[in-house]
Write a protein that binds this ligand. Structure first.
Ligand code: PLP
Length: 388
């Protein structure tokens, strides 16, 4: 028990911010007996054997000492090679890459390096909620650009308008493939956005954690078009089923990395050596697992889309990631939180209310298809029965 009044020692803006809304809903639904959880973005695969062996070797080699702040050179090289091999990006491992505790810390350290009181942060909405929470603790205003009327795609004119209306905007966060909508951008679309941004001093915080999961073409990074203004964030959580190992990275021009590394060092000193060793193996030798998962998720996606349409949900085919963003049927007449709770309690299917992703997510539910085919099949059966 805290002494009366002591809670007031906690920063009021921290006290007033809600914890991760997605996790809060998941925790609430976990208590429901027999619920099928299609809530979290957690790959239902395990890390490959070669990753486990590399981690064990690191432990046996007594790598229990501090790494350098930026990370082991093997890791930095593996991350730079991954970006070169897959997205033709050129980063110097020694000066332009930073290891982080998951891409979460990459987002935290990058945004905390950029944002200060009075700034604004742009993002197309719906958006992954962490950006707004970090804007808040950095005394920055989150400015959402609605995309509901353009199939969740940020268009150059919308971006241009937002920039004109928000001269205090320091950066824009782009997440592609997107969580929750699954939208990825083609090189043509990115070129148009890059042309608008190039005329400004805006930084692009490019969250590409789902880059290996594209089902319609090849993922392109905006950093290939706008290297001087882009901070690329990625990691092995989704690409190699290593969410719990907590390894991500930032790639950016050296003068940005040398600033971001300060916040990283203040917050965590350095990341874990065995986890980095596992990530080196994953990035250098794990392409087969990545491709296997992509194929499997694509199969599930292709199965689910027509099935959900049949039972009355309007849903766009996602380009990438592993979510369906389901429009709640008009005859339901209730908000997405109420409908998600109803489906959880009565149909025993756990989905995330779209409002967790900001104002642009209202009226939607997010389904994670990082779940077995049997689970997805059963979830569909339950929803179909319940809605009938
Ligand atoms: N960025 C987005 C868009 C995500 O959806 C997630 C996780 O769901 C993360 C970042 C965090 O990933 P990590 O496990 O690498 O911290």
């Amino acid at each position: 028990e805290l002494k009366e009044g002591v809670i007031n020692s906690v920063r009021s803006d921290v006290r007033n911010i809600t914890t991760n809304k997605i996790r809060a809903v998941d925790m609430e639904f976990r208590k429901i007996d027999g619920l099928l959880r299609l809530t979290l973005g957690e790959p239902d695969f395990n890390a490959p054997e070669l990753v486990k062996k590399a981690m064990i070797k690191s432990i046996e080699d007594n790598e229990s000492h501090y790494s350098t702040a930026r990370g082991s050179i093997e890791f930095l090289k593996a991350a730079a090679d991954f970006l070169k091999r897959n997205y033709d990006l050129n980063y110097d491992p020694r000066t332009e890459i930073l290891s982080t505790v998951g891409s979460t810390e990459a987002i935290f350290s990058s945004l905390s390096t950029i944002l200060e009181e009075g700034d604004e942060l742009l993002a197309p909405s719906p958006a992954y909620p962490l950006y707004e929470q970090l804007a808040h603790v950095n005394h920055t205003k989150m400015v959402y650009i609605p995309t509901n009327d353009t199939n969740f795609v940020l268009t150059p004119s919308k971006l241009q308008n937002a920039i004109e209306q928000h001269p205090r905007a320091k950066a824009i966060v782009l997440t592609y493939p997107n969580n929750p909508t699954g939208v990825d951008y083609s090189v043509e679309q990115l070129k148009e956005l890059a042309t608008v941004i190039a005329k400004t001093n805006l930084l692009v915080v490019s969250d590409e954690i789902y880059s290996t999961l594209n089902y319609v073409g090849k993922h392109v990074s905006i950093a290939s078009l706008l290297p001087e203004q882009t901070i690329v964030l990625n990691g092995v959580s989704k690409s190699h089923a290593m969410t719990g190992d907590r390894i991500g990275f930032v790639a950016a021009p050296r003068d940005l990395i040398s600033q971001i590394v300060k916040i990283h060092q203040f917050a965590i000193t350095a990341v874990s050596n065995p986890a980095m060793a596992g990530a080196v193996a994953a990035l250098n030798q794990g392409d087969a697992l990545t491709e296997k998962m992509r194929q499997e998720y694509m199969k599930r996606r292709n199965y689910l889309i027509p099935e959900f349409k049949k039972i009355g949900f309007d849903v766009a085919a996602p380009d990438g990631a592993f979510y369906l963003f389901l429009k709640i049927p008009a005859d339901q007449n209730q908000d997405d939180f109420a409908f998600a709770r109803e489906l959880a309690h009565k149909a025993l299917v756990g989905l995330i209310p779209g409002s967790c992703f900001g104002p642009g997510g209202e009226g939607y539910l997010r389904l994670s298809y990082a779940a077995s085919e049997e689970t997805l099949h059963e979830a569909l059966r339950r929803l179909q029965n319940y809605l009938a």
